[in-house]
Write a protein that binds this ligand. Structure first.
Ligand code: HAM
Length: 403
């Protein structure tokens, strides 16, 4: 037997139903916020992710499914969706159009991480990207939308927010931080030591306890924002307060991807173990420019579908559609045109084996059909069908032409 690869999973009956429910719920809500579908390739040039997610990020430096294809191109299975959507946006010259544009997507992402509960090598995201809106009102709207998706799916969450500043306030802060980190360098872990030079901001979200305790007194960007970023962050918190959306300001929230500026956020759940982030996102106003487009502010998020799979409260299944069966072999053929006609309106389960009444009733129950329709010898002779409403228990014989 050939097994799926480590960290990769089949989604069979129960999980695939949950998957479809999550995606259709999210699509339904995203459409109401003005998002349209975008599909981008799973395979992209490696350079795309190096330039956008960042060379020094864990995703690019350690976790990429990267290989040379048969044509000698350096390619990569996408580790996330934003980079591809931005590339597509620039490629289609949408950056030159005056209107704001919003896209949603869902599909598989690939990261070569050490698999554990909630952490897969192939996982699925539902994401949204909004282009052309610089106002922090859009950040608020996106957070509202994610909250609504989780609410409809019956999922509780904690929201963490931070501001990552902008090119005016981030560089002086970074210098400040590097001076602080250099002082405590010897006590920090190996990863943090490497990051002081490559990506000092990432030191802030080191999971090592000793590092975290040393970072308590580190300078905080939130206290060193420029006026513009500070005003926006205060606007965002006021809007969230006003809407009754609870949040915690986490000054160490830096996100694992390098393209963010200003608002960054994560939705976490306490019910799924250590891999607790169920959605993440933020503003990335420089990325379109960075990928050779015209300067275009942007903000977006992605939900990790597998992470919320077991949290979703599935709607109760109600009886649906028709079960059709024959009691005698000659009647089976009569059911085909009936099934074809009824399938224009509803789900039909057609049993090919002729069998007894009880057996058919069990079959109708198994597929949770609302109606059981049977044809036996008498019905065949009289051109009728026997119909039972399995909810009201009402039963009747109906002329075929009236069915
Ligand atoms: P991210 O935080 O890297 O952001 O991923 C978003 C979500 O994907 C996470 O919160 C988590 O639920 C899920 N996820 C990440 N890695 C794994 C894994 N190995 N196994 C299972 N689930 C995982 C992004 O990817 C950004 N592109 C989000 C974004 C969109 N920002 C702006 N626009």
């Amino acid at each position: 037997m050939i097994n799926p690869l480590r960290g990769m999973k089949d989604l069979t009956f129960d999980e695939s139903q949950r998957f479809v429910h999550i995606v259709t719920t999210a699509i339904d809500i995203a459409k109401k916020y003005g998002y349209g579908y975008i599909e981008t390739p799973i395979l992209e040039e490696t350079a795309l992710f190096k330039r956008s997610v960042g060379d020094s990020s864990d995703i690019v430096s350690k976790e990429m499914y990267q290989f040379e294809d048969k044509g000698g191109n350096d390619v990569c299975m996408r580790p996330e969706g934003t980079a591809g959507v931005v590339r597509a946006f620039v490629h289609a010259k949408l950056d030159r159009q005056p209107m704001k544009q919003k896209f949603y997507y869902y599909g598989p992402m690939f990261r070569y991480e050490r698999p554990q509960k909630g952490r897969l090598r192939e996982f699925h995201q539902f994401g949204c990207e909004s282009f052309g809106e610089a106002s922090v009102y859009e950040d608020f709207t996106i957070i509202t939308m994610i909250s609504q998706i989780f609410e409809v799916l019956g999922i509780g969450f904690d929201l963490q927010i931070n501001s990552l500043g902008c090119p005016a306030c981030m560089p002086p802060y970074k210098q400040n931080l590097v001076s602080f980190l250099t002082e405590i360098k010897k006590e920090l872990c190996e990863d943090c030591n490497r990051r002081i030079d490559t990506n000092p901001i990432r030191v802030l979200d080191c999971k090592n306890q000793t590092c975290q305790s040393l970072l308590v007194n580190s300078p905080k960007l939130i206290n060193n924002l420029c006026d513009d970023c500070d005003t926006d962050f205060n606007k965002l918190t006021a809007l969230l307060d006003n809407a009754g959306i609870q949040y915690e300001v986490d000054t160490n929230l830096v996100r694992g991807l390098d393209y963010y500026n200003k608002t960054a956020f994560e939705f976490v759940s306490n019910d799924i173990g250590s891999q607790s982030a169920i959605a993440g996102g933020g503003r990335y106003d420089k990325l379109v420019e960075f990928l050779d487009g015209k300067p275009t502010p942007a903000v977006g998020f992605a939900i990790g579908i597998e992470r919320i799979m077991e949290l979703v409260q599935m709607p109760e299944l109600s009886r649906e559609g028709i079960y059709m069966g024959a009691m005698v072999e000659e009647a089976v053929k009569a059911l085909f045109p009936l099934a074809a006609a009824k399938r224009k309106e509803t789900k039909v389960t057609l049993e090919y084996n002729s069998k007894g009444f009880k057996s058919h009733m069990k079959g109708a129950d198994k597929v949770s059909a609302r109606y059981c329709v049977l044809i036996g010898e008498d019905e065949l002779k009289n051109a009728t069908v026997w119909v039972k409403d399995l909810e009201s228990k009402e039963e009747k014989t109906v002329l075929l032409e009236n069915f």
